[in-house]
Design a binder for this molecule. Structure first.
Ligand code: NDP
Ligand code: BG6
Length: 517
């Protein structure tokens, strides 16, 4: 194992000073004709290029897929994908950096051709073979991963020399997209297939939620904030927190993309990955340091402390009209909505429900604390990122609190109404607002980057912090696999037995006793 692969380049996420790498960089997008490449990967690369993160003197972007298109067709697609204003010179420059190779995912011929194209670029940049960097981004269905891993390993690795000085050595890295399997066994199988060919530090498993502005803020505000901040530190435990709700809601359905979704369902698509990552960041213990490995160690520990999910703490549903999507089978029982309660068996969180809720085609609405008198700390990841507190208190209390926040937390809180106007001394909820919109007024010109831009940049910099480690994935699947198997096995039986009960435009697919939340 080369030392350069093991030494994580970003020791601290406060600064990227120590991640500089030079040398010829080839970014190869496999599945370049597909939806993810079009919607996310290429726009991210294009923006990074135009913002100077991918130096034209070093970088080369290659698309690879079976579809036969020309270099120019791919270039036109990429240049047409952005909604930000780009200088014509940049568009010209990025077009020059792009090439397309057509080939299948399991043929030596295609990958030999790909290797030849990469090598030609490396030679044109006078790169030493050993210092070249090759990033393979698999924008492909998981079924194609295994042959692609093998082809890359056999034909397309950068030509490094063992024991070459770390500062001169290049690398080969592979970026893979979720879903990472369908349950524990299939994830382990995928993991071992890639693990036989690549070392863990070469593998970047993307969960794009880890690239979102406020999820990254969670790492700072919750990890360092909550552990270093005297305001949050004493409160962050079961003595002071009644429940934690992590909610994902989309107001649109599958809309023609039901083929993939129907095979996976809402738990595999959203809860087991995106919401569970947020869960980890909220619930984990203080990491030894802010190094990627230490943060991921803590995530694994908290996942391993999750108790088995109880049947009566799960609600599933399917939105009305889901089966009208022509890409969805007529008799599908796939849940498009789920609420699952997770409980952690440790001193900090004993007895506290973590309510994970996700739904497609859900109507807009607010999730509020039902019990009167509860205070709420809200972190809104999207849209309009925000962090704020809703407090129930009298005027005197709120004044003291404001002072306390001002002096201790040194955060910019906006104190709003706290007492009901009038003669009564009734308390109303107030907001201490840390919304990005307000902060944006102060930090004008600071751009909130797209999750994929950050993550692609991290892969180039060798920063694994915002990617999913294999043992983390295993622990995540262990939590959900028994439930998923039960759902898969019982789906048909349940629909026949329980029938469908319609609630608020939703068809509940489980017997009423499970519709607890
Ligand atoms: P696509 O279905 O668009 O597939 C991408 C490309 O792969 C296609 O253009 C096609 O290229 C090739 N391909 C498709 N099916 C097969 C097949 N059965 N055998 C061989 N090649 C095939 O997928 P997406 O781009 O939507 O997604 C890619 C990956 O990213 C998936 O793992 C997905 O789950 C994940 N993902 C996607 C997101 C999105 O927004 N789309 C979001 C998050 C994750 P060609 O025929 O030209 O070779
Ligand atoms: C993807 C899911 O991972 O995330 C989609 O496969 C979902 O079903 C999407 O729509 C949501 O991402 P975002 O960034 O729009 O919240």
């Amino acid at each position: 194992m080369r030392s350069s692969e093991w030494s994580y380049r970003s020791d601290s996420f406060w600064s990227n000073d120590n991640v500089a790498e030079t040398g010829c960089l080839s970014i190869i997008v496999l599945g370049a004709s597909g939806d993810l490449a079009k919607e996310k990967t290429f726009p991210a690369l294009f923006h990074l290029y135009c913002q100077g993160f991918l130096p034209p003197s070093e970088v080369h972007i290659l698309g690879y897929a079976r579809t036969k298109i020309s270099d120019d067709e791919l270039r036109n697609r990429i240049a047409g994908l952005t909604d930000i204003l780009i200088e014509p010179a940049d568009i010209f420059s990025v077009r020059e950096a792009v090439k397309y190779v057509s080939g299948s995912y399991d043929s030596a011929e295609g990958f030999q051709l790909l290797d030849k194209e990469i090598a030609m670029h490396e030679i044109s940049k006078s790169s030493q073979e050993v210092s070249s960097r090759r990033l393979f981004y698999l924008a492909l269905p998981p079924s194609v991963y295994p042959p692609v891993y093998r082809m890359i390993r056999k034909y397309c690795m950068n030509k490094y020399i063992k024991y070459f000085p770390a500062d001169l050595s290049g690398w080969t890295r592979v970026v893979v997209e979720k879903p990472f399997g369908k349950d524990l066994d299939s994830a382990e199988l995928l993991g071992s297939q890639i693990g036989e060919l690549f070392d863990e530090p070469q593998i970047y498993r993307i969960d794009h939620y880890l690239g979102k502005e406020l999820v990254q803020n969670l790492v700072i505000n919750i990890s360092s904030g909550r552990f270093a901040n005297r305001f949050f530190l004493p409160l962050w435990n079961c003595d002071n927190i009644d429940n934690v709700r992590i909610v994902f809601r989309e107001d649109f359905g599958t809309e023609g993309h039901g083929g993939y979704f129907d095979e996976y369902g809402i738990i595999r698509d959203i809860i087991q990955n995106h919401l569970l990552q947020v869960f980890c960041l909220v619930a984990m213990e203080k990491p030894v340091s802010l190094k990627p490995e230490h943060i991921r160690d803590e995530k694994v520990k908290v996942l391993q402390s999750v108790l088995p999910i109880k049947d009566e703490e799960v609600v599933l549903g399917q939105y009305e009209g889901y089966r009208d999507d022509v890409t969805v089978p007529d008799h599908s029982n796939t849940p498009t909505f789920a609420t699952v309660i997770l409980r952690i068996h440790n001193e900090r969180w004993e007895g506290i429900p973590f309510i994970l809720k996700a739904g497609k085609a859900l109507k807009k609405g607010r999730y509020t604390c039902e019990k009167q008198g509860r205070n709420e700390f809200v972190i809104r990841l999207q849209p309009s990122e925000a962090m704020y507190m809703k407090l129930t208190m009298s005027y005197d209390q709120s004044y003291c609190f404001y002072e306390c926040c001002f002096h201790v937390c040194r955060l910019s809180f906006m104190l709003q109404h706290v007492k009901q106007p009038g003669l009564e001394m009734s308390a109303v909820q107030s907001e201490l607002d840390l919304s990005v919109m307000r902060l944006g007024q102060r930090y004008q010109g600071v751009m909130i980057r797209e999750a994929y831009e950050r993550l692609v940049l991290d892969t180039i910099r060798g920063d694994q912090q915002h990617f999913v480690r294999r043992d983390e994935l295993k622990a995540a699947w262990k939590i959900f696999t028994p439930l998923l198997h039960r759902i898969d096995n019982e789906a048909d039986e349940l629909s026949a037995k329980a029938g469908y009960v319609q609630t608020h435009g939703y068809i509940w697919a489980l017997p009423p006793h499970r519709n607890l939340l």
